[in-house]
Design a protein around this ligand. Structure first.
Ligand SMILES: Cc1ncc(COP(=O)(O)O)c(C=O)c1O
Length: 365
């Protein structure tokens, strides 16, 4: 067998460790997973009812174009249906964008510590990746602009950024978009959009009428609590969305996913409630980080990145042995861990385990 040479060294995506695996390996009865930025409150009860109602229809193919869902979402965003594309998570939209736009010889620009799926897909398509260092955990938009040349096809702006949780504000984004040449697509990944409380956060959808080279990504996996159903979307100019649609598989979202997403959009009370509880969690966690003298990036998401002052993989192992799964291994931040904001009880368990871990690590050095 001879695979494409450029895919041979692409790493397989490493998800957060599954709870059941950790329980088995460590013989623990309770494990707290705060590693994948899932919603600890699940999904709305009304959405669960919509899912149950759809279960009698599983013998039927889904509507490939997700027409009803698209039209409801378009109405709520104030755009047309032609400006929206649904995917098997926003992960798939990222893959479709790279499939539609990148080929060997092309260049793409992203932050040096951001969502890894942009780079893996660019590598698959054989494009050259330019990584621009974050500045204090925030996208350096002027630095990214300086990297653009005639070969540049896509700039990725993860806003808020995963893993740092930071945002670029509306003024910075507008200034950037005004200078990006029209041949360059800007992908603005807003997977955590609904969690943001900072008033300076860009309202990006109205910007679409001014910038035909802008595509926004959002998802039902995060605040809507539907990660298992794999449904996310892109919003952009009709011309760009058509190109992305040309490389989409015919039935890329499921009936259950579409039904759930439709109801989820209607149930904005659930979203508000989750956002409020998430903020309480952020306040609780940052309060303890300050008490422990740990620095952290200001987060507008449902996760937070904190500097433990010790090698993060050691902290990860030590937390794991206490039944708490977090995320480590961020190459630019070797002493930082990323923790998802859990329920009040999960956050307490995390802080207890972190404190014990820090005492253990300090004693070990
Ligand atoms: C920044 C960012 N974008 C996109 C995704 C993909 O989400 P999904 O494919 O579940 O929609 C994630 C998931 O963690 C993310 O953090």
């Amino acid at each position: 067998m001879k695979p494409k040479s450029r895919i041979v060294n692409i790493p397989v995506y490493q998800p957060g460790k599954p709870i059941e695996e950790v329980k088995r390996e460590l013989g623990l009865t309770e494990v707290t997973k705060l590693a994948s930025n899932e919603n600890p409150y699940g999904s709305a009860p009304s959405v669960q009812q919509a899912i149950a109602a759809e279960l009698t229809q599983l013998h039927l193919y889904p509507d490939g174009g997700a027409v009803e869902l698209t039209s409801e979402l378009a109405a709520s965003l104030g755009v047309t249906s032609e400006q929206i594309i649904f995917g098997c998570g926003s992960d798939e939209i990222i893959a479709l964008i790279t499939r539609a736009f990148l080929e060997p010889g092309d260049e793409t620009i992203m932050a040096d510590q951001t969502f890894s799926v942009y780079k893996s897909n660019a590598d698959i398509e054989g494009a050259a990746v330019h990584e621009v260092p974050l500045k204090n955990g925030v996208h350096d938009l002027p630095g990214m602009l300086a990297q653009i040349n005639d070969h540049t096809k896509i700039v990725w702006v993860c806003n808020p950024n995963n893993p740092t949780g930071t945002i670029v504000d509306e003024a910075e984004l507008v200034q950037f978009m005004d200078q990006v040449p029209s041949h360059v697509l800007v992908v603005l990944d807003e997977a955590y959009y609904e969690y943001v409380v900072d008033g300076a956060y860009p309202q990006s959808v109205p910007m679409l009428s001014k910038y035909p080279n802008l595509v926004i990504l959002r998802t039902f996996s995060k605040i809507y609590g539907l990660a298992a159903l794999r449904i996310g979307y892109g919003i952009g100019g009709a011309d760009v969305i058509k190109l992305i649609n040309q490389v989409r598989e015919p039935f890329n979202t499921s009936r259950v996913g579409q039904a759930a997403a439709r109801q989820a959009l209607r149930d904005q009370d659930f979203v508000k409630e989750c956002r409020t509880k998430n903020r309480e969690g952020i306040d609780y966690l940052t309060g303890h980080f300050e008490r422990l003298g740990l620095s952290y990036f200001p987060s507008q998401t449902n996760f937070i990145m904190v500097d433990t002052g010790h090698p993060a993989m050691e902290v990860f192992q030590s937390m794991l042995s206490r039944g708490v799964i977090i995320r480590a291994g961020h190459h630019k931040y070797p002493t930082y861990i990323r923790v998802t904001v859990g329920t009040a009880r999960e956050n307490e368990i995390f802080i207890r385990a972190l404190e014990e871990t820090l005492q253990e690590r300090t004693a070990a050095v």
